[in-house]
Design a protein around this ligand. Structure first.
Ligand code: KG4
Ligand code: ZN
Length: 360
């Protein structure tokens, strides 16, 4: 079963083709193409929704063409078209959804709507296929979400907990911003953290909350306030000539002592976020008795989180699954793969984008 996946929920314009084998229930990735408009947002250091959508409109057809070409699949050879219909930025979602509807009508192919959040988990099916056995405990950590989900089967899940305010990715991004870095901040903080030690007594959020929820806004405020009080940093800015985000390197702005302090602060922030995510996930595994644990979403690319959760899973006798790093952040391969295992086509004219979609 050849499925074209389309993903345009945020800044990416992505298309992929997967080939699913119904007999042995496995999925092979034939192509995975993405074009990001991130450099375009350098002027503000963050994503401007209207600009993202306008750029996606320009790229969606070439990206789809490239995905089909790389997979050596003609539109007529497709069995279905899968598309992210929410959550996300409305203008961006519309580009993918309306393109998918048009292709569905023109080539007479079924259309399969996919929830972006659930889609993230299916990056694991591309890498592990049949090794994933239900029930599974899933930790979704992206720019907008930090959720613990019990997956009982395909299309049968329950939300066990979520963030009450900022998501883990958002906390990384906002803390990186006060250090002058543009979006996405997670990889930057992680890079600086590698040079330091977690010596700052930052809180590990929600340890005693008695539930499976997260909260990262207090941690973010503690970090931001400390930096504002103790450092004079130049804000990064947009350079029209090179059309990129420029920032005087921290090494040129700070003394060696102050620089070390920043490294330690970043290591402490990463430590607190990772500890909070890992401890709540292990707690959820204990409460539910589930032995198969997987993570997904952009923050799952974080090396410390991958290593720490793997170590804790091994310690508690659980199996641990995590997508390869390129499949953690937004991509269309996970959307096409999700559609193979959740094959619920709907008529093209019944599909509309839903920016507020959660786990329904
Ligand atoms: O899943 P994703 O690509 O987009 C959303 O659906 O939100 O996640 C993006 C988030 C950003 O907050 C980014 O800073 C974070 O993932 N991220 C990381 C790393 N790579 C991406 N956070 C920590 N460490 C990383 N290596
Ligand atoms: Zn995402």
């Amino acid at each position: 079963m050849n499925i074209l996946g389309i993903e345009t929920s945020c800044d990416e314009t992505a298309a992929a083709v997967t080939q699913g084998n119904k007999k042995n229930q496995s999925v092979k990735l034939l192509s995975n193409i993405a074009s990001s408009s991130l450099s375009l947002h350098a002027k503000t250091g963050g994503i401007i929704p209207e600009k993202a959508a306008r750029e996606q409109l320009r790229y969606i057809l070439p990206v789809i063409e490239q995905a089909l070409k790389k997979a050596a699949i003609e539109p007529n050879d497709l069995d279905a078209i899968a598309v992210t219909y929410g959550p996300g930025l409305i203008g961006s979602l519309l580009v993918g959804v309306e393109t998918a509807k048009t292709l569905s009508l023109v080539f007479n192919k079924p259309i399969i709507p996919i929830n972006h959040l659930i889609g993230h988990f299916y990056a694991n099916w591309i890498d592990y296929n049949r090794k994933l056995i239900f029930p599974l405990l899933g930790l979704l950590v992206s720019g907008g979400h930090s959720d613990l989900i019990l997956l009982k089967d395909h299309n049968n899940y329950e939300c066990l907990g979520g963030t009450r305010d900022d998501a883990a990715g958002e906390c990384f991004d906002k803390c990186a911003r006060v250090l002058g870095f543009a979006y996405p901040g997670g990889p930057k903080i992680s890079q600086l953290a590698k040079k330091g030690k977690p010596t700052f007594p930052l809180p590990i959020p929600m340890l005693e909350s008695g539930d499976l929820d997260f909260s990262f806004s207090g941690l973010k405020t503690a970090f931001v306030n400390y930096v504002a009080k103790n450092f004079k940093l130049e804000r990064g800015k947009y350079d029209a000539e090179t059309e990129s985000w420029i920032q005087k390197p921290l090494e040129e702005q700070l003394s060696e002592k102050k620089l070390k302090e920043i490294y330690n602060l970043c290591a402490s922030l990463e430590h607190s976020i990772v500890e909070s995510l890992v401890r709540k996930t292990i707690k959820a595994a204990k409460l539910t008795g589930v032995k198969n644990i997987m993570i997904a979403g952009g923050v799952a690319a974080n090396q410390k989180l991958r290593l720490e959760l793997k170590a804790q899973c091994l310690k508690s006798g659980s199996h641990f699954f995590v997508p390869s790093v390129p499949l953690c952040t937004d991509n269309a391969a996970m959307i096409a793969c999700a559609a193979f295992y959740n094959y619920y086509p709907i008529p093209w004219d019944k599909l509309s984008a839903n920016p507020q979609l959660y786990f329904d």
